[in-house]
Design a protein around this ligand. Structure first.
Ligand code: GLC
Length: 746
């Protein structure tokens, strides 16, 4: 072949290739076959065969109908083939009351009141994975009994800023703690034949501008901080569904995001379940079809979008999707992959003949709710042994604050609940203290919890304050019950907090009470850190979270000393807001500029920031006091030299040197001071909660796979385990290390 004809054939090949690429559907580069193949294998061969048979029998119209809502919280089945509807319900710490068919109003059923469990920050603070499994099992039993196929929780978005309205629903600032706590919870829920739906995937770390903000964060922080809890949910817990987030990530909405959903979730992690959109979080038929969404919910509904007639047919994955499939603009393989996943979800839930019947409002569920409360409460300060408060005759205990009586299961947004009962802190204390006299006054009043509205209280603030001061004057002990309250801007979905300090005039009230009675302690009901200029005025400070149905009993257990507190903070309390990493970098870091937001703190979130930048927090991640004292000694590793495939076993002895039985959480942080890349000073890589009776010691051992010390190498887009020396920090808080020791990785 001479030069000329050779050149001609090359040109022809080039031209033909160009032609093929230009006429192929715009998305031919997406390998939906690989996505589908990666999802096979999670169930039996018979099940997969049955699914394939159904996919063949379903018409295109029926397939499309499976991919979107038919009502606010349900999707259509295929009666012709005996395929049922899927019913979903919020939320992460209890089964939400029945909603109306097509509005955000409650259906006012008489049989849907439930057990409200403590919010997930409390569960995280327990540092007890076994307890998390009990929590998930009980909650799943209630969801099953209420005949829900999908429970829309847990939420595992990382606590990046104390202003985020929904932090109370999540598991704190550390990806390792969140991962260890979310896996048993999901396993517990799904044991009931109810799908957990881990959310909000991903980078929904604030409520302000949540439905439009585009989050920019580098790969290291993405893989090391924001994805691990979701990855554990998928690869360790085998979660059956996941909810896409409202926000954008790198310019694409999270609910149809090629990198997050197709690449990371479905191909890299092999997720075989269903990606469900957040409500009204879908914005494009083509993107929803191609970039990983399987089930569209909540579009065009009042409160979250415009309502039009029979809007369920107008959904992005309804008529427009059917049209694009019929025209060939979108390959049928895309709808088939969605349908396979939805059928797989059904065979695990509503088509699963072996699932238990569930149960509701049982003593066991109330026991679990109370135990999570007592195990998750964190004793932050206890000067002069303010806590526990003795139950003595002729003692007057003044309980002051609206939060002592306020219904805290209401409000907060989609996680709000209708409990069969809710024992308030005051009720719990009154029932518990038989000898002392418990008196109460509001002290301050905030107004009702209403979604996205602030409705002020009606009562006169000055008169409330004067009465509170009069009560404090005549009391032997003052217990202030304050904090936030899940009303709008006060730990609630839909928007963030507007102030770091306590609202409703609580600071002034606290300081005035202190002027008349120095024997003052505080119960802090929040799901977030708050500023504490008043801290010097309180002797005792107990972080009590939002505790659900059994609040008052759990609080009375710890305040009276019936239970020795053992909770540890799952997030840092900065002294000032600007000490927090996200706020250090100004508006473009938080809350963003209304379009984009840049996570400029990179991997240094929470204690990683405080430790590395030497900015002392008010209370550190992992901090929590006890009514007894512990010593951690004899810290030993099983070897000095490890290979990448090894698992490090680190042991120690926990000695209870005090006068009461108690539980301690041994925490193991690991750092690499001479690393070739930027690293936090230390990162949590292991923990163990251990009960140690008074006067005794317990030896524990914690296993840490060496490969978990790897960092995410952006230059190679994979995890990279550095050889060399690592430092192990063993203690009972990130700022209270008992012993450091070194190991070597070859
Ligand atoms: C809400 C929340 C989500 C919830 C869903 C249904 O907007 O973001 O967590 O599950 O809509 O209520």
């Amino acid at each position: 072949m001479n030069f000329y004809s050779c050149r001609k054939s090359i040109l022809w090949i080039f031209f033909l290739t160009l032609l093929t690429i230009s006429f192929a559907p715009v998305h031919s580069q997406i390998n939906v076959q690989e996505i589908a193949e990666k999802s096979i294998g999670g169930m039996s061969k018979e099940t997969d065969a049955y699914i394939e048979q159904l996919v063949k029998e379903l018409s295109l119209t029926e397939k499309v109908a499976l991919c979107h809502a038919q009502s606010k919280f349900s999707t259509k089945g295929v009666p012709r083939l005996g395929i049922p509807e899927i019913w979903m319900a919020d939320g992460p710490h209890g089964v939400r009351a029945e909603m109306s068919w097509d509005s955000w109003n409650y259906a006012q059923w008489a049989n849907d009141s439930i057990t409200a469990f403590p919010a997930l920050t409390c569960l995280a603070a327990s540092f007890d994975p076994q307890l998390s499994n009990e929590y998930g099992l009980s909650l799943g039993e209630e969801a099953r009994y209420r005949e829900k196929d999908v429970l829309l929780g847990p939420g595992v978005n990382i606590y990046r800023t104390p202003m985020n309205g929904r932090n109370f629903e999540y598991l704190g600032e550390d990806p390792f703690l969140a991962s260890k706590m979310v896996v048993p919870y999901i396993q517990g829920v799904q044991k009931n034949g109810v799908a957990a739906c881990v959310k909000h995937f991903a980078l929904n770390n604030q409520e302000h501008w949540r439905d439009i903000i585009n989050v920019e964060v580098n790969d290291r922080a993405l893989y090391e901080i924001y994805l691990p809890a979701f990855k554990a949910a998928v690869m360790e817990a085998g979660v059956w569904s996941i909810m896409g987030a409202y926000n954008k990530f790198r310019g694409q909405y999270a609910c149809h995001n090629e990198l997050l959903l197709n690449k990371i979730l479905k191909i890299d992690w092999g997720f075989d379940g269903v990606v469900i959109s957040d409500w009204s979080a879908v914005h494009s038929t083509l993107e929803a079809a191609l970039y990983g969404l399987d089930l569209e919910m909540g579009t065009g509904t009042d409160g979250l979008g415009t309502t039009t007639d029979n809007h369920y047919e107008q959904y992005y994955l309804a008529k427009p999707f059917l049209k694009a499939l019929k025209s060939g603009e979108i390959a049928t393989a895309h709808v088939d992959d969605k349908v396979r996943r939805i059928l797989r979800l059904m065979l695990r839930t509503n088509l699963n003949p072996h699932k238990p019947l569930g149960s509701l409002n049982t003593k066991e569920h109330q026991r679990v709710a109370r135990k999570v409360g007592t195990q998750g409460m964190v004793l932050l300060k206890n000067k002069n042994n303010f806590f526990p408060i003795q139950d003595q005759k002729n003692t007057v205990i003044a309980v002051i604050g609206e939060n002592a009586t306020r219904n805290m299961t209401a409000g907060g947004g989609s996680s709000e609940l209708k409990p069969q009962f809710e024992i308030s802190p005051l009720e719990g204390l009154k029932q518990r203290y038989k000898n002392a006299t418990v008196i109460h006054t509001m002290g301050f009043e905030s107004g009702p919890s209403v979604y996205d509205q602030v409705i002020p209280g009606r009562l006169d603030a000055d008169s409330l304050r004067l009465k509170a001061i009069a009560f404090a004057k005549k009391a032997d002990v003052v217990l202030f019950v304050g904090g936030l309250n899940k009303s709008h801007h006060q730990d609630s979905e839909g928007d963030d907090r507007l102030q770091f300090e306590l609202p409703f005039g609580q600071e002034t009230l606290l300081n005035k009470i202190h002027q008349v009675n120095k024997n003052l302690g505080m119960l802090l009901l929040t799901g977030n850190a708050v500023e504490m200029p008043w801290l010097k005025n309180v002797n005792g400070l107990l972080q009590t979270w939002y505790l659900g149905s059994m609040s008052g009993h759990a609080i009375a257990d710890v305040v009276s000393g019936a239970v020795n507190p053992s909770g540890k903070l799952p997030f840092s309390f900065p002294k000032k807001l600007k000490d927090n990493a996200a706020h250090y970098f100004g508006d473009e870091s938080y809350p963003g500029d209304g379009v984009n937001q840049y996570y400029k703190e990179d991997i240094l979130v929470g204690y990683r920031w405080h430790d590395t930048k030497k900015i002392k927090p008010l209370y550190a991640f992992g901090h929590g006091l006890s009514y007894t004292n512990f010593k951690i000694t004899n810290v030993k590793t099983d070897k000095q030299m490890y290979s990448p495939a090894d698992t490090l076993a680190i042991s120690c002895v926990v000695k209870n040197t005090g006068s009461r039985d108690g539980a301690e959480v041994v925490q193991v942080y690991i750092g690499k001071p001479d690393s070739k890349v930027k690293r936090a000073l230390k990162e949590l890589k292991g923990f163990e909660k251990v009960v140690v009776p008074k006067g005794t010691s317990k030896k524990i051992s914690i296993d840490i796979p060496i490969n978990t010390l790897a960092f995410y190498d952006e230059s190679r887009s994979e995890w990279n385990l550095e050889r060399g020396t690592y430092v192990l920090f063993v203690g009972n808080a990130s700022d209270n290390i008992s012993k450091e020791t070194k190991i070597f990785v070859e």
